[in-house]
Design a protein around this ligand. Structure first.
Ligand code: PHE
Ligand code: NA
Length: 452
């Protein structure tokens, strides 16, 4: 065991809950709390939600298992994992493009993710300091416009978020993550339930929100809605960009991958559904529109916090925890590139994190300016912020996921995956069918629809 093989020196997370916590930390974030309600709102609710749930079950869960298994079988960074597996299997080296794409996709996502996380931090601060107290929904909406219209204000919070991300990431995945998440994730859960209670009992519109989310109007299942639902399924489970491959490399050999994958998918879905059930009743109670767009979460919840007893403190805690949930996702967005850069160049983790984080920060300014000075700068009719989201959701994540599925299902020897997944033969065959046929076919259909 020499320096030849980085895997030999890589430690695993010894606690069996740590992988679960890290994977759930990656999955649960702005995707659930901010993005899910706003996209579901834009595509009209129930029909979108139904397609989304199907994508999670049929595409998401099998792929979650495949990515984790690839990471754990090699214990290398995603790019080197792909290199080792292609050479072991004696297949075309080009498959390592999965590793390259993963790094690129994580980079692009974090450029806009950090800006939105910055909004959450800004809201936490403004709620705490009483900026919103007593405001009506119109005034709260005006404040959202004011924040996004101001480049300096957004840059401040974007910078703070990236600085915290770099600081925590530089300390190392083991030390940095574990302790914080053990406390924060359960607290976020409790707070979401408190807000759910509020939506049920205090808005008087709970059933209307409920019906919006679960009544399926089949005429609303358009090609565009299906594309968005599938993109959201990838995004929310952190799939298609090697994040879970990178984390899988640290997973203890005796943890069950299928069980962990099911748990993560379940928790993530639960969080998204609860967020929707919190947001939509409040939206109706304050006369807002479900289709309001990226400001939906911020304007609706803040309107509620502004007018409830203890709203300043509760609102502060809520948005601070959203920021922390975003942080644990952000760390996983950097991890694939960081793991590779440190393996490849042997440079110190702190320096590498600062360089990657700095580049993301810089490109992220494009997203900040999308709402103000560059609002008219458009590519394919989209601002930089919208384009970054569209490119990753519609192309990069599904494509990365499909390539990973084809690789795991068709290129690798059956035994490589069956050893890692350790399922009964029957269940393994079900998984293999999904990974070989369903995932690639679903993605092909989506890409065809999107490009048509
Ligand atoms: N899954 C995260 C969320 O829902 C976002 C993310 C996407 C994180 C891809 C890592 C990789 O907020
Ligand atoms: Na998520």
């Amino acid at each position: 065991m020499s320096g030849q093989n980085p895997a030999a020196s890589r430690k695993t997370w010894n606690n069996r809950w740590t992988f679960m916590l890290a994977a759930a930390g990656s999955a649960i974030g702005l995707g659930n709390i901010w993005k899910f309600p706003y996209i579901a709102g834009q595509y009209g609710g129930g029909a979108f939600v139904m397609v989304y749930l199907l994508c999670i079950a049929l595409v998401g869960v099998p792929l979650l298992m495949a990515e984790t298994a690839i990471g754990r079988s090699t214990r290398l960074s995603p790019l080197n994992a792909m290199r080792k597996l292609t050479s072991d299997a004696g297949v075309f080296r080009g498959w390592e493009v999965i590793g390259w794409m993963g790094m690129l996709t994580g980079f692009i996502i974090l450029t806009f993710y950090s800006v939105v996380a910055g909004w959450a931090l800004s809201y936490a601060w403004d709620l705490l300091t009483g900026v919103f107290t007593g405001m009506n929904a119109d005034q709260v909406g005006g404040e959202f416009e004011a924040l996004t219209a101001s480049a300096p204000r957004q840059i401040l919070w974007h910078t703070l978020f990236m600085a915290i991300t770099v600081f925590i990431t530089a300390r190392g995945v083991h030390k940095g993550l574990e302790k914080g998440l053990q406390v924060m994730m359960p607290t976020l859960f409790v707070l979401l339930f408190v807000m759910l209670g509020y939506s049920m009992l205090a808005t008087g519109e709970f059933m209307r929100g409920f019906h919006f989310m679960f009544d399926v109007d089949f005429s609303k299942i358009t090609g565009e809605a299906v594309v968005a639902a599938m993109g959201q399924a990838f995004f929310t489970l952190s799939l298609g960009m090697c994040a879970l491959m990178a984390y899988g490399a640290y997973m203890p050999a005796n943890n069950s991958i299928p069980r962990t994958a099911l748990n993560v998918a379940f928790l993530d879905t639960l969080m998204a559904i609860i967020s929707g059930l919190i947001v939509f009743p409040i939206v109706y109670a304050h006369g807002l529109e479900p289709s309001a767009g990226p400001g939906l979460l911020f304007v609706s919840l803040t309107s509620a916090f502004a007018n409830m007893t203890g709203g300043a403190i509760l609102g502060f805690m809520f948005f601070a925890l959203v920021g922390i949930a975003a942080l644990s996702s952000a760390i996983s967005l950097i991890e694939p590139s960081l793991a590779w850069v440190t393996e490849r160049f042997g440079i110190n983790r702190v320096l590498a994190t600062c360089m990657i984080g700095g580049a993301i920060w810089l490109v992220g300014l494009g997203s900040v300016f999308s709402f103000n000075i560059w609002a008219d700068v458009k590519f394919f009719d989209k601002t930089i912020f919208d384009l970054a989201g569209y490119m990753t959701d519609v192309f990069l994540l599904p494509l990365g996921g499909a390539l990973t599925a084809i690789f795991a299902g068709w290129m690798l020897k059956r035994s490589v995956m069956s050893n890692e997944l350790a399922m009964s033969v029957g269940m393994f065959n079900v998984w293999r069918f999904a990974i070989r046929i369903i995932v690639p076919a679903a993605v092909a259909l989506i890409l065809y629809t999107a490009l048509k």
